[in-house]
Design a protein around this ligand. Structure first.
Ligand SMILES: *Cc1c(COP(=O)(O)O)cnc(C)c1O
Length: 393
């Protein structure tokens, strides 16, 4: 019997080793990994440059405290601000915590810098923002809220791509609008450019902050270092986590210069945020992503993968759409995909769902064409068999 709380419906595979796009289980079976630890291992598993930096740092210093000047953290922050529209970074340990920091910063900016009492954050149905009490309340999916009442105040949800509904939801309590640019857990829904432009205009007109949750879309995943760089829109705040540490637990909340005075000494903190080890891993990950041009490779591989999938799958009666951006791709099916995912795992390809009827693909940004061809072949085989089984029923 397991000594763990049963919070996960775990796949019956014990992964014990990884390298690049390959994983191995405790029986020695090899898998081609097209789920990337849910957009965490963007450079593949155990990437050499990050590993070397981490191993070197392990012999120097693990932790001192955020009560001291931390040159490692300064270096990681400067790499992020030099390569984005942000001017300052707060490091934490997860995506949920990064979003908590964003929500707190938005409230505090209104209450302490602007001197008003705005606190409400508008988010979108089908969104996902994390599992802390505030971020699960921000999340636009009821399933994450069951049994956790009462929920904290200050969150309103509107449908994505409905600008009139968004405008109607803005009141004199509204502090910010928060969204993902690809709703990932929500089914791989890409935000339309006109909609984001409209959101930015509403924020500017009503004095609201635009918060982008780039926890899953960040670090090259969508074909740019950050997904908002596909749009001619800049956020006031954006959050990162999954891909920023190559598997080491790290989160980051980034903001524009005008927000810096809102977080004064003592207003927000976390013990482990940006430790020497974490910051070394972040710096090595960002440097390696930039040096290898990983976002551009993700863009090219994503186009190739979507084209291949479209060619092999769109004629099947069980598939209705292939969508996504860069290497965050969803295969929309007509029925539940859980059994097909299990079958793919048995055949050595690891993929994951995004909601009940979408197969989600999140390979390494450095994935090879051969591995893409192999994955498409396996997916096409399983879905062709599923379509044939359906036809004979
Ligand atoms: C995974 C995810 C989160 C939560 O991150 P954790 O590190 O699990 O807390 C928040 N937002 C988005 C968009 C995510 O994909």
């Amino acid at each position: 019997m397991s000594s763990l709380f049963p919070t996960y419906a775990r796949y019956p595979i014990a992964i014990v080793k990884g390298k690049g796009s390959r994983l191995w289980d405790d029986q020695g079976k090899e898998y081609l990994d097209f789920m990337g630890g849910l957009a965490v291992t963007n450079l593949g598993h155990v990437p050499d440059e990050v590993k070397d930096a981490l191993v070197a740092q392990l012999g120097e210093l693990w932790h001192a405290s955020n009560l001291f000047v931390n040159p490692y953290q300064e270096k990681a922050a400067k790499l992020l601000t030099d390569n984005s529209c942000a001017d300052a970074v707060f490091f934490c340990n997860s995506g949920a915590e990064a979003n908590e920091a964003a929500i707190k910063l938005a409230r505090r900016y209104h209450q302490k810098v602007l001197g008003n009492d705005r606190y409400e954050v508008i988010t979108f149905t089908q969104s996902f923002h994390g599992r802390t009490l505030a971020t699960l309340t921000a999340t636009g999916q009821d399933k994450v809220k069951e049994g956790f009442l009462p929920l904290p105040e200050g969150f309103v949800h509107v449908p994505l791509h409905d600008l009139p509904a968004l405008e109607a939801a803005i009141t004199d309590r509204t502090a910010a609008i928060m969204l993902e640019l690809v709703q990932a857990e929500g089914g791989v829904i890409v935000v339309e450019p006109e909609f984001l432009r409209g959101v930015r205009e509403l924020c500017d007109r009503h004095g609201l902050l635009l918060i982008l949750d780039e926890v899953q879309t960040g670090m090259g995943r969508t074909g740019k270092l950050f997904a908002h760089q596909h749009y001619d829109v800049e956020p006031d705040i954006f959050t990162l986590a999954k891909g920023i540490g190559s598997g080491f637990p790290v989160g980051a909340m980034l903001g524009k210069e005008k927000l810096i005075p809102a977080f004064t000494a003592g207003s927000h903190a976390t013990t482990f945020g940006g430790t020497p080890i974490a910051s070394t891993v972040v710096a090595a990950t960002v440097e390696s992503i930039l040096k290898q041009d990983a976002p551009a490779r993700a863009a090219a591989s994503g186009e190739y993968l979507i084209a291949k999938l479209s060619e092999k799958l769109l004629d099947l009666p069980v598939v209705t759409e292939i969508r996504g951006r860069g290497l965050l791709i969803g295969i929309q099916c007509t029925e539940p995909v859980a059994d097909w995912i299990s079958e793919l795992h048995k055949r050595g390809l690891l993929v994951v769902s995004a909601g009940p009827t979408v197969i989600r693909l999140l390979p390494s940004l450095l994935v090879s064409r051969e591995d893409i061809d192999r994955a498409v072949e396996l997916i096409a085989a399983v879905l062709t068999e599923a379509a044939a089984a359906k036809a004979s029923n």
